[in-house]
Design a protein around this ligand. Structure first.
Ligand code: RIB
Length: 290
């Protein structure tokens, strides 16, 4: 069954320094290796859903600079529809400066660039979808337009509240699915849990939990993998959970699917290069039944 997912979100080029300890404020560390990869939470989630079998349409903005094509390269290569991605004249493509420690943990600073120009009118380019999936690296009024579009077309509205920031409570209330990590869950608190909505909480090495109206309805373990780089694991979880729920998978199966996909994403360096394909997720699930 092929589902359709519209993603309204960020598109970045990730500049990654890996293998040195994470610096403290005011500290310089040396000895890191450099790499650059396509990234951005929106683009990562779009590509994750695509590699897991969904038809995906991306709404976002890049600049009119040399970074834009690199940032879009894997989306294009793997068949994400980027026809609604705008190119902003005189604006830089979003860039993320990422440090990855020898243990695979990361620190990320984003220079939003063209992502700050995603507008409600851009969202009009979304076709009818099973799920509209958003994050918080583009302006809130664009996400509100995505919520309007989801309401108008009957799509499920999923919002990954990353990075955590103040948003209108009405936006939280409109989401059918909110996805948070522990830091984001602490930031939003009880505002996450409203009538009818699902909340997925990722717990890193402890797995993930799914709540409905504040009550736990599913829990998945962490799948045993070798941790190389955690960048993009949360995005993979989001894309996979959106895909699985759109396919009509039961909550426990959907959560296991998303957790297994997220686990595979930590086994390779980089965000988009590490996103798993459907067959890899199915294999991990069959090797490590819950
Ligand atoms: O979630 C990881 C992503 O956050 C990176 O790819 C980076 O671009 C930032 O948006």
């Amino acid at each position: 069954m092929t589902v359709t997912i519209g993603v309204v979100g960020s598109i970045n080029l990730d500049l990654v320094a890996s293998g040195a300890p994470l610096p403290r404020a005011g500290e310089t560390v040396t000895g890191a290796r450099f790499a650059q990869h396509p990234g951005g939470k929106g683009a990562n989630q779009a590509l994750a859903a695509r590699r897991l079998g969904a038809e995906v349409k991306m709404v976002g903005c890049v600049g009119d600079d040399a970074l834009a094509e690199t940032a879009l390269a894997l989306l294009r290569q793997d068949g994400v529809d980027v026809g609604a991605v705008m190119s902003e004249i005189g604006t830089p493509t979003g860039v993320a400066l990422i440090a990855v420690s020898p243990e695979g943990e990361n620190q990320i600073t984003v220079a939003s660039g063209a992502n700050a120009n995603v507008s409600p009118s851009d969202v009009a380019g979304l076709p009818n979808c099973d799920v509209i999936l958003c994050q918080l690296e583009v302006p809130v009024h664009a996400i509100e337009a995505a919520a309007d579009r989801a309401t108008a077309t009957g799509a499920l509205l999923a919002i990954n509240l990353a990075p955590a920031m103040e948003v209108p409570s009405t936006l939280l209330d409109r989401a059918d699915l909110l996805i948070v990590n522990e830091i984001e869950a602490a930031f939003y608190g009880e505002a996450l849990h409203h009538d009818g909505g699902l909340v997925a909480l990722t717990l890193g090495g402890e797995g993930a939990v799914l709540f409905k109206q504040g009550r736990e309805i599913a829990r998945s373990k962490a799948y045993p993998v070798n941790v190389v780089d955690t960048t993009g694991a949360g995005d993979t979880f989001c894309g996979a959970l959106a895909c699985a729920l759109a396919e009509g998978q039961e909550p426990q199966a959907a959560l296991n699917f998303a957790s297994a996909a997220g686990a595979l994403a930590v086994t390779k360096p980089g965000a988009q290069p590490s996103l798993p394909w459907r067959a890899q997720v199915d294999q991990l699930l069959s090797e490590s039944p819950s």
